[in-house]
Design a protein around this ligand. Sequence first.
Ligand SMILES: Cc1cc2nc3c(=O)[nH]c(=O)nc-3n(C[C@H](O)[C@H](O)[C@H](O)COP(=O)(O)OP(=O)(O)OC[C@H]3O[C@@H](n4cnc5c(N)ncnc54)[C@H](O)[C@@H]3O)c2cc1C
Length: 375
Amino acid sequence: MDQANILIIGGGVIGSAIAHAVSQRSDDVFLVEQNPKLGMATSTRNSGVIHSGIYYPKNSLKARLCIEGNRLMYEFCAKHNVPFRHTGKLVVAADAHEEPALLALKKNGEDNGVEGLRLIGPDEIRAREPHITGVAALDVPSTGIVSAEDLVRTYGRLAADQGANIVQRAKVISLEPSPGAIRVGLRIGDEQDSQDETIEARCIINAAGLYADEVAALLGNMSWKIYPVRGEYCEIRGPRRTLINNLVYPLPHADALSLGVHFTKTLWGTVLLGPTARYVDAKDNYERDRLSIPDFVQGAKPLLPEVQESDLQLGYSGLRPKLVPPGGKGYADFVITRDPAVPQAIHLVGMESPGLTAAPAVAVHVAKMVEEMMD
Ligand SMILES: Cc1cc2nc3c(=O)[nH]c(=O)nc-3n(C[C@H](O)[C@H](O)[C@H](O)COP(=O)(O)OP(=O)(O)OC[C@H]3O[C@@H](n4cnc5c(N)ncnc54)[C@H](O)[C@@H]3O)c2cc1C
């Protein structure tokens, strides 16, 4: 049986960033991922935006880790040649009714310590985004975009260079605590051809994204239930992609489900329109019953009146791991906690947006928890 000091379950951006951080200090680190490659789930089905931290309640983990992650992300990408662009973004009030919400967002961002926030009027909006209509906008200079695929791949490569064992096509199917360790049952291979193996780990880190509740349940911890909320995208390719120069957001939805359908000029020069937000029935339901292009056009018109159905084609979709049930109200923060009954396990649950941005800071935070645990 293999022995691990630290075994990380889930090779998304969070698990990969943690593997990179903990393998700087520890030997015998394992990162196990059920898919054939790292980052095939939520981590590469998103907008790729490096968020600033304006949206989240003061002192929440989301606010703190987003702001710290934003800084660390730019440093990491520059150092390791991960494609990124420091773009800034505009949050646009479409009409006068939205101006109080824009002011409140600015105040919230300032309370969180986000720097450089500035209100601008219609002339400056037009100068920066000639096709966007709005009465006022919040200029958020610390926002940017990153290639999520390259980011995850780079974390994985650097972790492997530091000696971490990256095991793909390996699904965790059982967790059995024993004194001072946890026995981790793995199913390795694909459905036609698989074999079961066990690794004994001194510490496990549950970074299983949409499945973090089910992984926690393998230890008997039924504290959480994750509800998948699908975000769908359309894309503008070809000459009409010049309708948007940069990143343009509406005010966030009052239901707190999402930041609203926004426009993102990608690193490849196309424009993403999305993501929408809708609870779905299954954690693999990416495509069933997709919204139509006319639905997207209707949503986009208030800010971009010129957009036509012929400009858009359907793009990919992603699933948010929400802790708030359908119809439920309120805000759920990231959960990063040691298991009360099995203290050598750390769970990361509800790692929705801004999880991509926060990943480098989450990794530092979890590496400290592991150090304290191992002392
Ligand atoms: C539509 C959308 C847009 C978003 N936009 C942004 C954005 O612009 N900026 C931002 O900062 N954040 C954004 N996010 C959030 C961000 O994508 C996530 O917070 C982040 O990717 C979460 O990473 P993760 O590693 O926790 O999850 P995942 O990428 O889901 O990784 C978890 C991994 O665990 C593996 N796994 C699960 N169970 C097991 C098991 N039993 N055994 C082995 N492996 C297992 C899965 O296969 C998966 O690869 C967005 C999310 C969505 C859905």
